[in-house]
Design a protein around this ligand. Structure first.
Ligand code: WT7
Length: 654
């Protein structure tokens, strides 16, 4: 029996890189991409050594790679420091007085910090941390708003070899306590509160509650941001200003081993307790540097903006580290995309003349729903390159992003990667790749990606299977903190010595990789395995639909029935007729097999705090009428009750 994931949606639109872009791009033709990619796969040590040599090392490596699957060591015995490479390296060049960070507060206030100023602040705080007894290898938990001090804290940790563990500021006290416990952190850096849609969110209060559960913390360093009243526990808690008081703005970055741990970042995955993904120093540095350079084609004139939060891997690799390694000017924004309205991002792009803009499909779909008049009211002509990350981008959302935001002139880099991979794995070369909307296109240099069936055989073109990486890469995770067995079981047990990503994908006849959804979410309808992404994209391509999620529901005959949840655009109203039209639309664009048995037109979908649709909850609601498991990663818990009621109501009516 054929157990592969089927694919029925095909995309024929092609967008070649604009000549004006290619002309100045580092990689300007597919021949050049193919040649370098071939070298990077056949002689990875040559390729990566050349990339690494563009950065500063305090001691050279003896060997580029030592690989005993699944354990990799990159740049063996080399010494370096990430903070040094992000800051000090630029101080002797024209970048010394260049803006490193342009921070925009939610209130609209801005602050610009040059490389030299950022360096001084990082050194000062590194000295402060050292005086508090923080040493190489110690874990430091950060629970911070999107303010420059968050980036300063990260760079100060890496400067002294302390291992940071960032917890997204929207997570609860329990989430903080779990992560403190697992990482055995000894210091916390936080703030009194943060601003979100004009309201104060209490951060220190959550830390206090977490410390009722986990008590092994020596110091809590608190930034003032909202100036709301907070409690400070004598002896344990101190203000950021006091940690910095009297400290020198000079500090020699500590030479660290390339394989010294750099940070832990917890990722929830679909089930089980969060995994502490461990990244180390040298390989992660080279990976984030190199992907920024080629995929975002960063150069000295760029003003780059990634809308992620530092609580996610995107905020680590493509806010703090990759861009600063490349010496660009970047915007960081404190608040929500819809404050005061959904025009805020376009306002920021116009105000700071942003040239590279990197955001998530979930945000793009929200902007589409909010209407074109908002971006149309702003001058977006400074943009030259757009990017997306986090989920497959539906082709219709891609088209909108390309036309309405990019004015038809900006390539879009759809970047596929994971917390575990540390850096982008699949993405176009913006000056070279012909792009079809909806595909992350091809592997980055050094990435040996393939799609395999259950027996480990490579799938034929357009046959869906499991996405794997067959060779180690510098920024790969080095383990799950404290749990080597779970590391092997989760990522390395499907195929001997190949990394399994947990995503389903297919490769088209031109070699483009299409992510069809998480393997856990694949539907099985009458023996046909269907990914979620294509059916969802078909729905989003209908005029009435802003966003969709598709899941399987137990069915006596078919095994699973296709059930769709859809959010309508604001000028459409839910009714029976529209439901029928949507079912028909899916059947005609994909095939009768994918035709939803039920469609729920709902006002909101359950999402993680990073904006991913939680299909597992929808599945559970359909199967059991309730949600039992952990919902702390939900962005808005009230969505779930509403969905339960909607499903209940429809079942009763039937
Ligand atoms: C999962 C990883 C990587 C930073 C943000 C998410 C999905 C991510 C894409 C993309 C299709 C994507 C995958 C992946 N994903 N980017 N461009 N196209 N799917 O990091 O939370 O570790 O999630 O996000 O399913 O496995 P993460």
């Amino acid at each position: 029996m054929n157990n592969n994931i089927e694919s029925h949606l095909s995309e024929d639109r092609y967008f070649s890189p604009p000549a004006a872009f290619s002309q100045h791009a580092r990689i300007s033709s597919m021949e050049q991409y193919r040649e370098l990619h071939a070298e990077s796969i056949n002689s990875p040590e040559t390729f990566w050594a050349r990339e690494a040599e563009e950065l500063s090392w305090m001691e050279p490596w003896d060997k580029v790679l030592e690989w005993n699957a699944p354990d990799a060591q990159w740049f063996v015995n080399a010494k370096t420091n990430m903070s040094y490479n992000c800051l000090d390296r630029h101080l002797t060049s024209h970048r010394r007085n260049k803006a490193a960070l342009i921070w925009e507060a939610e209130s609209g206030e801005t602050e610009t910090i040059t490389y030299a100023q950022l360096h001084a602040k990082v050194c000062q705080f590194a000295n402060g941390l050292t005086d508090l007894g923080v040493q190489k290898g110690d874990r430091v938990l950060l629970y911070m708003p999107m303010i420059p001090k968050a980036i300063i804290a990260m760079l100060a940790c890496t400067r002294i070899g302390a291992v940071h563990s960032i917890v997204f500021g929207g997570f609860s006290a329990e989430a903080i306590a779990d992560r403190l416990e697992d990482s055995q952190a000894k210091v916390i850096i936080t703030a009194d509160g943060s601003w979100r849609r004009g309201k104060m969110i209490s951060l220190k209060e959550n830390v206090d509650a977490a410390l009722e559960i986990y008590q092994n913390i020596e110091k809590v360093i608190v930034c003032r941001r909202t100036f709301q009243p907070i409690e400070m526990q004598a002896g344990r808690d101190m203000y950021w200003a006091d940690a910095n008081a009297g400290q020198s703005t000079k500090h020699d970055a500590l030479p660290l081993d390339a394989e010294d741990p750099m940070f832990i970042l917890y990722t929830s995955g679909s089930t089980g307790k969060p995994k502490g993904i461990l990244h180390t120093t040298g390989g992660y540095m080279v990976g984030t540097y190199s992907t920024c350079k080629y995929i975002f084609d960063m150069n000295d004139q760029d003003v780059y903006w990634c809308t992620a939060d530092i609580g996610w891997i995107t905020g680590h690799s493509y806010i703090t580290y990759g861009p600063l390694l490349n010496g660009v000017t970047q915007v960081i924004y404190e608040g929500a995309p819809n404050f005061p309205d959904f025009g805020r991002f376009w306002n920021i792009i116009e105000k700071h003349r942003v040239s590279i803009f990197y955001t998530a499909p979930t945000a793009i779909r929200a902007f589409i729903k909010a209407g074109d008049h908002l971006p149309n009211a702003h001058d977006l002509s400074s943009l030259r390159l757009l990017g997306t990350v986090g989920e497959p981008i539906n082709p219709e959302a891609w088209m909108w992003y390309h036309q309405v935001i990019g004015g038809g002139r900006c390539p879009i880099v759809d970047t596929w990667w994971q917390t575990e991979t540390g850096a982008v794995m699949l993405a176009p070369m913006p000056g070279a790749t012909d792009i079809k909307p909806g595909t992350a296109t091809m592997p980055f240099f050094g990435i040996d990606a393939a799609i395999l069936d259950e027996d480990g055989k490579e799938c034929a073109p357009n046959e869906g299977g499991r996405l794997v990486i067959r060779k180690p890469w510098p920024s790969m995770l080095r383990g799950i903190y404290g749990d080597p067995q779970r590391y092997r079981d989760t990522y390395w047990s499907d195929y001997d010595s190949y990394y399994t990503a947990g995503d389903g994908a297919r490769r088209d006849e031109d070699g483009n990789f299409w992510i069809v959804g998480r393997l856990d979410d694949v539907l099985n309808v009458s023996g046909h395995r269907l990914g979620t992404a294509e059916i969802e994209s078909s729905l989003v391509a209908h005029d009435a639909v802003a966003e969709a999620a598709v899941v399987g529901k137990p069915h006596d005959i078919k095994g699973q029935a296709v059930v769709a949840f859809a959010i309508l655009k604001s000028d459409y109203t839910a009714n029976e007729e529209l439901e029928q039209a949507l079912k028909k639309h899916v059947a005609s664009t994909i095939g009768a097999l994918a035709r939803p048995d039920d469609i729920y037109l709902v006002p909101a979908l359950p999402k993680t705090r990073s904006g991913k649709i939680m299909r597992r909850l929808l599945k559970e609601i359909l199967a059991t009428g309730s949600v039992s498991g952990n919902t702390t990663t939900l962005e808005d818990e009230s969505t779930v009750q509403h969905l339960i009621d909607t499903v209940q109501h429809k079942t009763n009516a039937a």
